[in-house]
Design a protein around this ligand. Structure first.
Ligand code: Z5A
Length: 208
């Protein structure tokens, strides 16, 4: 794919502050004169939003296999890629993602402990060589993040998991961040203002 725009992704556990981070990055990019397309995963097209509803729904009468969860995430991702991300990047727009592939690696690979080789096969089949130009991983102790998320209301199927699930997810996030390029770890336990400053500092360093 001949991409003219750039792809920035915000990652982190629930309650890490992704929504405010997205607002900060969006404003920064628009001020720099870029056209910004915001996406969220799973979701972002009609079909992908339906898959989002399904995957988050509590299922009373059946077990949701971790493999099913993973496949639904990648089905939604494929739809988003073909319909939104690729066309935007080709047109020179900047894509700002609320979660992307790193979420599957952390939640389904770390949290659900699915086989890495299986995940990698799917990743390569769906994404090819597409990787974000920059990922901001907002790191938070899951106990704090879940408290923030709980304060917002009812928890969905994944949010109802045990704390140990989110601890494994966080470990995987940190492991990926430490071993791969273009991923910046932001301490999300700081105040909203400090988090915003840390994000802006990274953006200036990388893009100016
Ligand atoms: N998932 C997956 O398993 N595999 C995948 O491949 C993908 C996703 C793509 C998506 O649900 C679920 O799907 C998610 C991962 C899984 N599930 N879980 N569990 P979602 O999009 O609905 O959930 P989320 O992405 O985790 O969003 P969130 O809970 O809204 O997190 P957030 O956007 O980071 O939180 P926020 O709305 O920015 O902040 C939450 C509250 O905390 C809010 O009231 C803020 O004002 C407050 N906050 C934020 N930052 C601070 C600071 N620094 N200080 C104080 N208070 C703060």
């Amino acid at each position: 794919m001949n991409r003219k725009g750039k792809f920035i992704v915000i990652e982190g556990l629930e309650g890490a502050g992704k929504s405010s981070a997205i607002a900060t990055v969006k404003q920064y990019l628009q001020r720099a004169g870029h056209e910004v397309v915001c996406t969220r995963e799973p979701g972002g097209t009609a079909l992908a939003e339906s898959l989002r509803t399904l995957v988050k729904q509590v299922q009373d009468d059946e077990v949701v296999a971790p493999q099913t969860e993973l496949l639904l995430m990648y089905a939604a991702r494929m739809q988003l890629l073909v319909n939104v991300i690729q066309p935007a990047l080709i047109e020179g727009k900047w894509v700002l993602g609320d979660r992307h592939d790193m979420s599957s690696r952390a939640y389904q690979g770390g949290g659900r402990q699915l086989d890495e080789a299986f995940i990698n096969q799917l990743r390569h089949a769906v994404l090819g060589d597409l990787t974000p130009d920059l990922t901001l991983y907002l790191d938070i102790d899951p106990a704090i993040g879940l408290e923030r998320a709980k304060a917002r209301g009812e928890l969905d199927r994944i949010e109802q998991e045990q704390l140990t699930f989110f601890q494994r997810t966080r470990q995987k996030y940190l492991q990926i961040a430490a071993s791969e390029p273009n991923i910046e770890v932001i301490d999300a336990s700081q105040s909203l203002e400090q988090v915003q400053d840390s994000i802006l500092a990274v953006l200036r360093r990388v893009f100016e």
